[in-house]
Design a protein around this ligand. Sequence first.
Ligand SMILES: [Zn+2]
Ligand SMILES: [Zn+2]
Length: 250
Amino acid sequence: MEHPESVKQFMVDLHIHTALSPCADVEMTPPAIVNRARETGLHMIGVTDHNSALNVAAVRQAARGTGLCVIPGVEIQTREDIHLLCLFEKLEQLDALYRLLSMSLPEACNVRRMLGDQHLMDESGCVIGEEQRFLLTAADLGAAVVSQATVALGGIVIPAHVDRGAHGLLGILGLLPGDLDVVACEISPRGDKEVVRKRLPDAIPLLRFSDAHRLEEIGVVYTRLMMRRPIFKEMVSALTNQRGRYVLEE
Ligand SMILES: [Zn+2]
Ligand SMILES: [Zn+2]
C-alpha cells in the first residue's frame, strides 16, 4: 500500500507550441523548448501544435535523458472553432488521432505565408520540411467526435483557454456540452477563475498553462500537480483527484 503523503509537487505546462505552429516563433525548436522548460523548473510539458503532431517526436527525443517528461499532444481546432488539447501517454496513440485529423484538414497549398512558417524539425532543431496545409484553421471534425476519438485511444481532452471569445469553449458555446468528455479545462493566463468556475461543473479542475508561442513565455504560467512522479498516468490521477493525487490550487 503506497502512502498518499508520498506525493510531491510538480510544475506542469501542458500547452506549448513549436515552430510548426504558424503563429509560433522560429526559435521554438525542440532543444530550445526543452532547455527553457528545464531552466524554468518545469517537470512536465505538453507539446500541442495547432492541428499537427509532427514535431512531437523530435521534442521527446530532445528531452531524452534530461528527466523532463514530454506529453504527446495536439491542439485541435474543431468544426465549431473550439481549441481542444488532446494529450496521450504514447506517441502511437497521438499518431492514430493525427491520422484522423490529417484527413479532416482543408487541402490548402501555398498558404504557409498567411501567418508564418510551419517548420518540421528534428531533435537538434534543424528544419527538415514544411507543412504545406495551413494549420490555424478548423478541421472538419466536431468537438464531440474529437473527444470520443481521443478518449477511445486512451487520451484525455482539456479544452484550451475556455474563457476566450476566440476559440474558447465557453466563449463560443457558453457551456460545457454533455457529450464532451473532458478531465479539466484550461483558462487563459489572465482569465478570471471565479467567473469561469461558476460556468463549469465543480468537479472539473481549472488549470493554467502558458500556451507558449515564444521561448520567454515558457515557465511563466503553469499548474502544480501533486503526484509521485511526472508521468502521464500520475498526471491523469491528479487531474481526476484519484489515489491521493490532486491539483494544487493557486
Ligand atoms: Zn488555442
Ligand atoms: Zn495554443
